[in-house]
Write a new protein. Structure first.
Ligand code: FAD
Length: 345
């Protein structure tokens, strides 16, 4: 039977007694699990081993039951499944209401979610409703000895320093986590776990916002955030049509095309391709920075890439300080030569 929970008022005076283990928000859209969910499970298991608590995944959606097995195989002991038509498409209000209600009842110690568009949109709302702290965009966790409070590390000041943040006496301990930073576990299909279907009266209330339709963005074949290879271009490209050169290289390597804000502001490529402080954060295995100077605001979005190749005509360009390979020269000579080599090999 479903666990049926009565509605409570926002700001209820019930005491929060953290005992519900570590939760990760399992993000799915259109029945497809976001890769960050499994990364969160990997990290949650590591923390849970030290805290001696169970790990639960919270899955919202409609007719998404079949995703529960993957969460258990990925490390969840329990999956709270809130299956409701209202949760079929992402809308902040019902998502926030549902996670808040569930957390009030089950009182987890920790809630982790991906620092994705979705997580960034509704998790702060949940933290506010639960009257607790939240650290956004974390890249590492540890536990404070004795208290088991979460030590939350995240880049600060444009990535120039790493800050470790602690929110004392504030439960649940909440954080969003940058995708592609934490390590997922190998899927183990015989792992034991329980699926707990949950009905929430909170979802029956009227909400101020409602879902009308999805206007899908024009996506490249491989989403930037998931590409293993990214070929990024900056102002050095001189013209929007020169992005074709980068596309050709990206296609050959099965990668995606990224850009600096300078290139986006010039109208050469759409904002979806922007990497950096005000764009996407990426960490591919291989990153080509072509005609990119290496401004701090760009570096924060790509510096955790495994291997960085920089092509720039200016030997003093700051990008060379973080590049694994630096090619000093004209990209309009170097890239066609690279393309030729790859085609020949
Ligand atoms: P430039 O700095 O102009 O560099 C162009 C480079 O191309 C130069 O190094 C030049 O030597 C090289 N070059 C020129 N011709 C060639 C050639 N033929 N072959 C090889 N190399 C050549 N920027 C981002 O990217 N992402 C962000 O999210 C972002 N957010 C920002 C947020 C704020 C609040 C602010 C203030 C700035 C932000 N910026 C961001 C802008 C950032 O500060 C830089 O201005 C921008 O990254 C520079 O882009 P660029 O490297 O393409 O251009």
């Amino acid at each position: 039977g479903a666990l049926s929970l009565p509605a409570t008022e926002a700001g209820s005076s019930e005491v929060y007694r953290p005992h519900g283990g570590i939760w990760i928000f399992a993000e799915q859209r259109g029945g497809r699990m976001a890769p960050v969910s499994l990364e969160l499970l990997g990290e949650a298991r590591r923390l849970a081993a030290r805290m001696q608590v169970p790990v639960a995944a919270v899955l919202f959606g409609h007719q998404v039951q079949e995703l529960t097995a993957g969460l258990i195989a990925g490390g969840a002991d329990k999956v709270y499944l809130v299956d409701h038509p209202r949760l079929a498409d992402f809308v902040e209000e019902p998502y926030a209401a549902a996670l808040t209600a569930l957390a009030r009842r089950e009182q987890p110690e920790i809630i982790l979610a991906g620092a994705t568009y979705l997580g960034r949109a509704f998790i702060p709302r949940v933290a506010a409703l639960l009257d607790t702290g939240l650290t956004a965009d974390c890249t590492a966790f540890d536990l404070e000895t004795e208290t088991n409070l979460l030590l939350q590390t995240r880049p600060a000041f444009g990535g120039n320093i790493m800050a470790t943040i602690l929110t004392p006496r504030s439960y649940p301990q909440m954080a969003t986590v940058r995708p592609r930073v934490m390590k997922k576990l190998a899927l183990q299909s015989d792992r034991e776990g329980t699926v707990i279907p949950v009905r929430l009266e909170e979802l029956e209330q009227p909400f101020r916002s409602r879902f009308l339709e999805t206007v899908s963005e024009i996506t490249e074949a491989i989403p930037l955030g998931e590409a293993e290879v990214i070929v990024a271009g900056g102002r050095g490209l001189q013209d929007g049509k020169n992005f074709q050169l980068l596309e050709e290289l990206a296609d050959l390597l099965g990668g995606a095309v990224g850009a600096t804000r300078a290139a986006v502001d010039a109208g050469w490529i759409s904002y979806q391709h922007q990497i950096g402080q005000t764009g996407k954060t990426v960490a591919p295995r291989l990153y080509f920075a072509c005609g990119i100077s290496g401004a701090a605001q760009h570096l924060v979005g790509m510096q955790s890439s495994d291997f960085i190749v920089a092509i720039n005509s200016d030997p003093q360009a700051p990008i060379f300080q973080i590049a694994d390979i630096g090619l000093v020269g004209d990209m309009f000579e170097i890239i066609p030569a690279l393309i030729q080599q790859i085609k020949a090999s």
